[in-house]
Design a protein around this ligand. Structure first.
Ligand code: NAP
Length: 484
């Protein structure tokens, strides 16, 4: 952390109501690349989370009464500061999360882009005037902020998962509380420091960091002052948080797990498909919710694609994210063990390792980029979200069969396919039961597009005009007696 250009970006206290709050105990944040302690962070809990909700509640009237232009001006400053400090923010992110520095810089730009985009979109919260069935009445629809928004975010995108939610919430006129993952609190706190410097008023953006996920989660999901709860994380945890939200009927958005198919048809540009598959699979060491989880290749191009893909993956370098590498460590050795288990269980039922298939000698958190062939769709490596740098390759013969196999999962987040025939492109894009489809494209997420899933991958959208709607209530106003 000594290499930061601005050491004030390293914060170790929760940010509540515009001030930094210390707690009685601390927890440590370690670097997944080598286990080194990088910070001791004040361990907030239930009390601090309640304070943060209170602060957000108190600030709501002030923030929601500002014009969209006033909010946009402050958000634009926040965006500018994030980009001006992109190198430091990326360094903090790589140190606590592990991803290569170039990817971390990309995440900062990606997260900041949501703040910029929603600041502008907030100026376009239009209502409606609807023709009335009666001459002396008018039907008017306005949109208003939902109120206090609470959120819980994961460790795999410590900046962007917060930015995507906070940007839409603040632009809509809501105030915001986030509890980031225990492993990655520092990126969230650096965002708070920059929000303060940008002049975002006290209480509008609050960050509570602490180890008591359950206790803090209960406050965020059950506090009567919270109007909306938004979560990014695993489907299992998401389900229990939805249940918790039921007692006060909160609006809920869920960005949950995925099991993305990546389909290579026989008319695809194979080199482009290889590049797309690498990008969508191995970034963040395979730990993204939209990561390719299963590659399906049509029989006629199976040998050609597999050979080129093995060659390209074998060229990926692995190591500490601060060095010039393509793939960093995984988040914990427990996460590596989970991937190992899926690989070994699949080998036991017939899968073949053609690349990698073991830990890297650099340390407990490193798993080699791996490819398995002779895989079927029901093997553990295909049926589960892998969340690691492993690709199973599954052969298929025709379009209908591959759509059925791709859809044979409880998840429905991202999907990808490579093809050239225009009829096939429409049929497959419409047939895939996923919230997002990349056609001849392995990287699909950006601020102007609606990110989100169907089935057990969640509900709601982040980014785009649809993402703003998730933070707005529709109010119908009937004006009568106009002929009197
Ligand atoms: P996770 O275990 O669900 O954790 C996510 C967050 O929830 C963390 O902040 C965690 O806190 C917190 N949490 C865990 N148990 C909780 C509880 N009982 N009450 C309240 N909060 C609780 O997920 P993960 O393993 O860290 O993240 C990976 C998952 O997230 C994958 O399934 C991935 O697909 C999904 N994901 C989805 C998207 C998307 O946009 N759809 C994006 C990124 C990730 P602690 O850190 O303290 O445990």
């Amino acid at each position: 952390m000594r290499e930061l250009k601005d050491s004030q970006l390293l914060k170790c206290f929760s940010y509540i109501n515009g001030s930094w709050h210390s707690s009685e105990t601390n927890f440590i944040v370690t670097n997944p690349a080598n286990g080194e302690v990088i910070a001791k962070v004040s361990n907030a809990g239930v009390v601090e989370t309640e304070l943060a909700v209170q602060a957000a509640s108190n600030a709501l009237k002030m923030w929601s009464s500002k014009s969209a232009n006033e909010r946009a001006a402050l958000m634009r400053k926040w965006f500018d500061l994030m980009m001006a400090n992109q190198d430091d923010l990326a360094r903090i992110l790589t140190l606590e999360q592990g991803k290569p520095l170039a990817e971390a810089k990309g995440e900062i730009a990606y997260g900041a882009a949501f703040i910029d985009w929603f600041a502008e979109e907030g100026k376009r919260v239009y209502g409606d005037v609807i023709p009335s069935g009666s001459g002396d009445k008018r039907i008017i629809v306005i949109k208003q902020p939902v109120g206090v928004v609470a959120s819980i975010t994961p460790w795999n995108f410590p900046n962007a998962m917060i930015a995507r939610k906070a940007a839409a919430a603040l632009a809509a006129g809501c105030t915001f509380v986030v509890r980031p993952a225990t492993q990655t609190p520092l990126s969230a706190l650096a965002m708070a420091e920059l929000a303060e410097r940008a002049g975002i008023p006290a209480g509008v953006f609050n960050v509570v960091v602490g180890e008591d996920a359950r206790g803090m989660g209960k406050v965020l999901t059950q506090h009567p002052d919270v109007a909306k709860f938004t979560f990014t994380g695993s489907t299992a945890v998401g389900k229990s948080l939805i249940e918790q939200c039921a007692s006060t009927v909160k609006k809920v958005s869920m960005e949950l797990g995925g099991n993305a198919p990546f389909i290579v048809f026989d008319d695809a540009d194979i080199d482009a498909a290889v590049q797309g598959a690498i990008a969508s699979k191995y970034r963040n060491a395979g730990q993204t919710c939209v990561c390719t989880n299963r590659i399906f290749v049509q029989d006629a191009v199976l040998a050609q694609f597999t050979e080129k893909f093995i060659q390209a993956v074998s060229e990926l370098t692995i190591g500490n994210g601060l060095d010039d590498v393509n793939v960093g460590p995984m988040i914990t050795s427990a996460a590596v063990a989970g991937v190992e288990q899926l690989v070994n269980d699949s080998i036991a039922v017939g899968a073949t390792v053609v690349l990698g298939g073991e830990r890297d000698q650099q340390g407990d958190n490193y798993y080699l980029p791996t490819i398995l062939t002779n895989v079927t769709n029901d093997m553990p490596i295909a049926a589960n979200e892998i969340f690691g740098p492993v690709t199973p390759i599954i052969a298929f013969s025709d379009e209908e069969q591959v759509i059925a196999m791709a859809n044979d999962t409880e998840y429905g987040l991202a999907s990808y396919f490579y093809a050239r025939d225009i009829g096939r492109i429409w049929r497959v894009a419409e047939g895939l039961a996923f919230g997002m489809v990349g056609v001849n494209e392995g990287i699909i997420s950006n601020a102007a597009a609606p990110f989100g899933g169907v089935k057990q991958s969640g509900s709601g959208r982040e980014g785009s005009k649809y993402g703003l709607d998730d933070y707005l209530e529709i109010k119908y106003i009937c004006i009568g007696g106009l002929n009197q």
